[in-house]
Design a protein around this ligand. Structure first.
Ligand SMILES: Cc1ncc(C[n+]2csc(CCOP(=O)(O)OP(=O)(O)O)c2C)c(N)n1
Ligand code: SF4
Length: 332
């Protein structure tokens, strides 16, 4: 067999090069002793971004807390596909809350641990965008306002997937869902303001807010690790493509997530106490069309007749994000 040299530019990726790094620099997933917190046997669709994001996030949190972690989980795909009673794929202490109260349940667990003097055990709440930006929003805002010692993770697949792809306040303009059909002069979801929970979290001046995607998993791990170094309320918003709801090929989950970032539609940044402290720069900005075309939820924008006017409005949103967050790399 021909000798295959390992190229050094692979260091830091999730390929073999990861193992060329010093042990403390390697990703959590490269560690054979990772917890596999969300284990095989769950029933997520093939290519589910939420399953991938949760596995990386919770494994990173487990490592950061020396495996002293409790998670409260809102109703949604993540909960349903991982815990069909009496089975579970979770390898951590895990509790299912209601659809709308994961933040409040996590707050209660954190309070109980405080009473028991268990500062070593840390608490996470997690849920989908519906459970976070809509029904659970009041509990979440209360958790922020009280600065409860909880990390809340939102897995944003931009709709209520578990119940059949209904619109949420995180659904993007023009997207087709079961409740925003591609009919009429403005097909799909409305061009409204939406609800940007990372920015709303920052407005609470909580110690830490970050966004991340499943295309940059090292960055995701690093943000979870950073969040677990801090006490008080923390929020991480992870962009997780959903092949079933978005109508893209299951092998394109990572590519779609990368395109969301590289078009400017999903700004990846970090903030402490309400101030942005870092953004993931875009090296080569791409037109939003490259992101929209592979997804059937936007197929009506490229049908007969095509709707370049609506694509232009989506491009304007991306351009505004690029300006607002300073997303362009200097070389771009
Ligand atoms: C009070 C209440 N209303 C409605 C439901 C039904 N329900 C369960 S999960 C879900 C949607 C979850 O959507 P999201 O939070 O975005 O998570 P995803 O499934 O997309 O990951 C709904 C409407 C419920 N369980 N409880
Ligand atoms: S519907 Fe979407 S979020 Fe739910 S399991 Fe399938 S791919 Fe994942």
């Amino acid at each position: 067999m021909a000798f295959q040299p390992v190229k050094f530019y692979q260091t830091g990726t999730f390929t073999v090069g990861n193992r060329l790094l010093e042990p403390e620099q390697r990703s959590v997933q490269a560690n054979m002793r990772r917890t596999n917190s969300l284990n095989s046997g769950h029933r997520a669709c093939q290519g589910c971004g939420e399953a991938l994001g949760a596995r990386y996030a919770i494994d990173a949190a487990m490592e950061a807390t020396n495996n002293q972690l409790v998670a409260a989980n809102a109703t949604g795909c993540l909960e349903v596909f991982s815990t069909p009673y009496p089975e579970t794929s979770w390898q951590i202490p895990w509790i299912h809350s209601l659809f709308g109260n994961a933040a409040a349940v996590a707050t209660g667990i954190a309070a109980a641990l405080k009473v028991k003097g268990r500062r070593d055990v840390r608490v996470i709440a997690q849920g989908g965008d519906g459970g976070t930006t809509d029904i659970g929003f009041g509990c979440l805002s209360g958790m922020f306002e009280r600065n409860d010692d909880v990390l809340y993770i939102c897995y944003d697949n931009e709709a209520y997937m578990n119940t059949g792809v209904q619109r949420s306040s995180a659904t993007p303009p023009a997207a087709r869902t079961a409740t925003t059909m591609p009919v009429g002069p403005e097909p799909g979801n409305v061009f409204g303001q939406g609800k940007n929970v990372p920015l709303i979290a920052m407005a609470h001046d909580i110690p830490y807010v970050a966004t991340a995607t499943v295309s940059e998993l090292r960055d995701l791990e690093a943000k979870v690790r950073r969040a677990m170094e801090i006490r008080g309320a923390r929020y991480i918003h992870i962009y997780v493509p959903c092949p079933l709801g978005w109508g893209h090929a299951s092998h394109e989950t990572i590519k779609i997530a990368r395109l969301a970032k590289d078009t400017g539609l999903f700004p990846v940044f970090e903030a402490e106490h309400g101030e942005v402290i870092g953004v993931s720069k875009i090296r080569k900005p791409l037109p939003v069309e490259e992101y929209l075309r592979p997804q059937k939820r936007f197929a009506h924008l490229f049908g007969t007749p095509p709707r370049p006017d609506l694509v232009a409005r989506i491009q304007a949103i991306a351009d505004r994000n690029i300006r607002k967050f300073g997303l362009l790399a200097e070389s771009a």
